[in-house]
Design a protein. Structure first.
Length: 301
């Protein structure tokens, strides 16, 4: 009887081991060049690099920091980088324009609304933002129900901050941790929850990279999941790595509003369709792409 139980137990354990998906390890080192923006989304990427998770999985990841979305876009289109932090609106416009790009996982951004010093509540407000952008999308989602919004389009973030500080506009929408930097000049942060639990930020890879470096991209996502798990246990890891890598003022460390970092994931089709519809309205032209064509889902956890 004891022998029979032992055999059953061993068989059960072997079954469990067999059902556990092993971490992908690339046998021959493959280089991936990825672009990040100065935003909280970058924390798991920086941490995975710092902790050696990429190296352990056999991939050589070079991280390039972009402070301008147009420069990031040029790097993607010329093949200077394999993938980058982006957003759903940019992904829609790129795919509509014929650029072979796929979202492989959402990233976790934070976009506080900054309000000028001395602002008094009123119905009509001016809000600084980029035109075809996350900031415009979130302004409609968060502010349009409570205010009549006059949108002031200012692409450069420093210029946007100056407009609010000088009292030329009432509010603006900014990514963290740049929003917290604005509070050092007397601006006030307001935090809103995203609808459906999705942040419209996404990591994208070029079609060429997905075709030629699929195994490395799979390993990249698993390394990011490991870093996210670390941050879920201690968000100080995200705060410290952001201060170091983005060269931020140390005094804002504990003032940064961090998102709830999630393992690799992609949105459902309804959410993507809503983004497409909104982008179409802003651009004033029809967008004739299928929502599912925006994504490559094989890398999600």
């Amino acid at each position: 009887m004891k022998k029979t139980l032992s055999i059953i137990l061993v068989s059960f354990l072997l079954l469990l081991i067999g059902c556990t998906k092993p971490e992908p390890v690339v046998e021959s080192p493959v280089k991936l060049i990825v672009g990040v923006m100065p935003a909280v989304d970058a924390a798991p990427i920086f941490l995975a690099k710092e902790q050696g998770y990429f190296d352990e999985m056999g991939i050589d990841v070079e991280i390039q920091l972009f402070t301008n979305a147009q420069d990031r876009q040029s790097a993607l289109q010329t093949g200077a980088i394999d993938g980058a932090m982006s957003d759903m609106i940019a992904l829609v416009t790129n795919v509509q324009g014929g650029f072979d790009l796929k979202g492989t996982t959402l990233t976790d951004g934070m976009f506080p609304v900054l309000v000028r010093d001395g602002f008094e509540e009123k119905n009509d407000v001016t809000v600084a933002m980029m035109e075809v952008s996350v900031s415009n999308y979130l302004a409609d989602e968060w502010l349009s129900k409570d205010y009549t919004v006059e949108k002031i389009y200012i692409n450069e973030i420093p210029a946007r901050l100056e407009m609010i500080k000088n009292g030329n506009v009432d509010m603006g929408i900014f990514p963290e941790p740049l929003a917290t930097m604005g509070t050092l000049d007397g601006l006030t942060k307001r935090i809103f929850e995203t609808k459906d639990g999705y942040c419209p930020d996404v990591f994208v890879f070029t079609g060429k990279a997905i075709e030629e470096k699929s195994e490395a991209i799979e390993a990249y996502h698993r390394a990011i999941d490991r870093a996210v798990t670390d941050i879920q246990g201690d968000d100080g890891l995200a705060r410290d790595i952001l201060i170091e890598k983005l060269k931020l003022k140390p005094e804002i460390r504990d003032l940064i509003d961090l998102p709830e970092y999630k393992l690799t994931n992609l949105p459902d089709q309804t959410y993507a369709e809503n983004i497409i519809e909104w982008t179409s309205e802003v651009l004033g032209k029809e967008i004739d792409i299928d929502a599912e064509s925006l994504f490559e889902r094989k890398f999600v956890n």
